[in-house]
Design a protein around this ligand. Sequence first.
Ligand code: GLN
Length: 287
Amino acid sequence: MSQTQTVEQVLQQGKNLLRCHEVVQGVLDAELLLMHVLSFSRVQLFSRSKDEISKEDIAFYEQLLHKRVEGIPLQYLTHSQEFMSLPFYVDERVLIPRGDTEIVVEAVLEYGQKENIQVLMDIGTGSGCIPISLTYYMPSLRMIAVDISDQALEVARSNAIKNGMHEKIAWMNSDLFAAIPPECIGLLDGIISNPPYIPTEEIATLMKEVREYEPFNALDGGKDGLDFYRKLAKEGKRYIRKNGFLFLEIGYDQGETVKQLLKEHGYRDIHIRKDLESRDRVVLARV
Ligand code: GLN
């Protein structure tokens, strides 16, 4: 092992290790981890394939590969995830932003134009991916971002600074609306949320990466997965101005149930939007 090793050789060993442990997308992850260790772009990973790697970098790379084999998600090792083409820092304190959530954000962007949306509240902001991307793409928008976890709010704040959106977002630690000041009643143009929506018992059946490493309270939607939709529908309404909106991400099999729930609470113009796989993913409604 005293011989020096090149980028190419170390990468090959990384790929082999992840492949033989059957890590999903192991080849890609081996590349991304090495890019992270060396601060290389994808192009550099190949154009500098004959460079020698220091012992320290090899040791760090091996450490990350072993953590990946244990099941720690790639994004918690590289501390990064792109969302709406913007960079986000992530670690175990927050849910990793998902592509599906971009569908809710895009719906808001579309309505924002024609409906004069100026102030929105995001409930369960996690990494802050929703308010940060919305304020980035709608320069006049202001947001209130709420989370029950102070640790998540720390991550979200740092992401707002990273993306230059910190002056447009007010952060609040609150269990749903518990700590929201009454001055907000009737004031919001809308509420957006990607709440926890997995039925408690199903969490044990999810991939190890998710069930063991992502925050449990970011996933757990109660016995039938609908706890947060019930509360959001019931308690959210009085904070939203007349004709304002509720934008919700939902599980693929929750569309009709959530639609019915919103109807019972007197919401109007209820629409379901689908994801790229044609599964229900978003419910929009008007107060
Ligand atoms: N709002 C964050 C996201 O969409 C966090 C959601 C959550 O933790 N349930 O990624």
